[in-house]
Write a protein that binds this ligand. Structure first.
Ligand code: GLN
Length: 226
């Protein structure tokens, strides 16, 4: 297996959880999406090869910490807790946690989640926030899509999840909607092993170039139509 040291040999190993369209998902046998393309553009700029491995969301940070992977790009929200375990690059996208309900639900805003059955993806910021909802029964799923399925089957009352995958899941399933009022605003960044300043600085340089040239926005616009 590859280790972080492989970065010196010209290959970057990225880990992600490819259950998160449009940021990362399976298309035939390939992992595609915004993060996959941004990571490829960064690797190209650094003159390195890119290998992408798929794993559970809550395994991503441990994989980076142990050196099994060089970095994770996974629509990962920057937060103080994670900063204790990994170093984040500059942010590359704005995001939000939103609430998905069934059409006609009596939940009309975040306060309405009180005392409800709320589905989340394990280890995500949605999971962390749902923990603070008064009297809510939080149900954790390995994939965001599984939480959405439980909602369509009336096993839960709402799903707290990132806005862009929510938009995809709601489009693919009739009878669901996203509430206008978001739960929280957040930002995504790539995470590297704590103290790997060399890779962090290289990646920040590449991210800056991709931002300045408009290439980064072009990748996002390819997957997200306003
Ligand atoms: N943005 C959320 C988080 O960082 C969810 C990311 C994901 O499920 N891939 O926790």
């Amino acid at each position: 297996t590859k280790t972080a040291e492989s970065a010196a040999g010209g290959k970057l190993v990225m880990v992600t959880n490819a259950e998160f369209p449009p940021y990362e998902y399976h298309n035939n046998n390939e992992i595609v999406g915004i993060d996959a393309e941004i990571a490829k553009a960064i690797a190209d700029k650094l003159g390195m090869e890119l290998e992408i491995q798929d794993m559970a969301f809550d395994s991503l940070i441990p994989a980076v910490q142990s050196g099994k992977a060089d970095f994770t790009a996974a629509g990962m929200t920057v937060n103080e807790d994670r900063k204790k375990n990994v170093d984040f690059t500059d942010t590359y996208a704005k995001a939000a946690q939103v609430i998905i309900v069934k059409e006609g639900s009596d939940i009309v805003n975040p306060d309405g989640l009180e005392g409800k059955k709320v589905g989340v993806q394990t280890g995500t910021t949605g999971d962390i926030y749902a923990d603070d909802i008064k009297d809510a029964a939080v149900q954790r799923f390995n994939k965001g899509m599984d939480a959405v399925m439980a909602l369509t089957q009336d096993k839960i009352d709402a799903v707290v999840i990132d806005r862009e995958p929510a938009t995809v899941f709601v489009k693919d399933n009739t009878g669901l909607k996203i509430l206008d009022e978001a739960f929280t605003e957040e930002e995504y960044a790539i995470a590297v092993k704590k103290g790997n300043t060399e890779l962090l600085e290289k990646m920040n340089g590449a991210i800056k170039e991709l931002k300045d040239s408009g290439e980064l926005q072009k990748i996002i616009d390819k997957y997200i139509t306003a």
